[in-house]
Design a protein around this ligand. Structure first.
Ligand SMILES: [Zn+2]
Length: 134
């Protein structure tokens, strides 16, 4: 099954600004929308305040879920950053993936931030294409 996630440039830049601001810590958030198309980026505080892992603040996560539901949208993705890499889902990411959504990972590489999407299921991560629209 081919999966794809579409995002607008604004959503892309909103996430990028957030992950960049949180350096050296990992940043995280949720992506809500319909039919594989993101309509809203929800920033969530990383309760772990760590450069190597993230734990969504449970209160902010619940608030975000409520917002998504009351706006008739679906949870399409979860994003988080790897300020020092890797550019793929880590062993921890795969082990802790609790939702069947696209896991978008922002990795800070030598030439700047890059994002890739993954579908994580049954202990395996497969790449999902990200489509950036105007
Ligand atoms: Zn990770």
């Amino acid at each position: 099954m081919k999966r794809q996630l579409s995002l607008s440039k604004d959503h892309w830049h909103e996430m990028l600004a957030h992950v960049d601001r949180q350096i050296p810590l990992e940043a995280c958030g949720l992506l809500a929308g319909k039919n594989g198309r993101v309509e809203k980026v929800l920033l969530v505080r990383n309760q772990a305040q760590s450069p190597a892992r993230f734990v969504m603040d449970p209160y902010e996560q619940l608030e975000a879920f409520n917002w998504i539901e009351s706006n008739g949208l679906d949870l399409l993705g979860i994003f988080h950053s790897h300020p020092t890499g890797p550019e793929t889902a880590s062993v921890t990411d795969i082990a802790e993936a609790a939702y069947e959504v696209v896991h978008l990972i922002w990795a800070r590489l030598q030439n700047g931030w890059q994002a890739r999407g993954f579908w994580i299921e049954k202990g395996r991560a497969t790449e999902v294409s990200l489509k950036i629209m105007e």
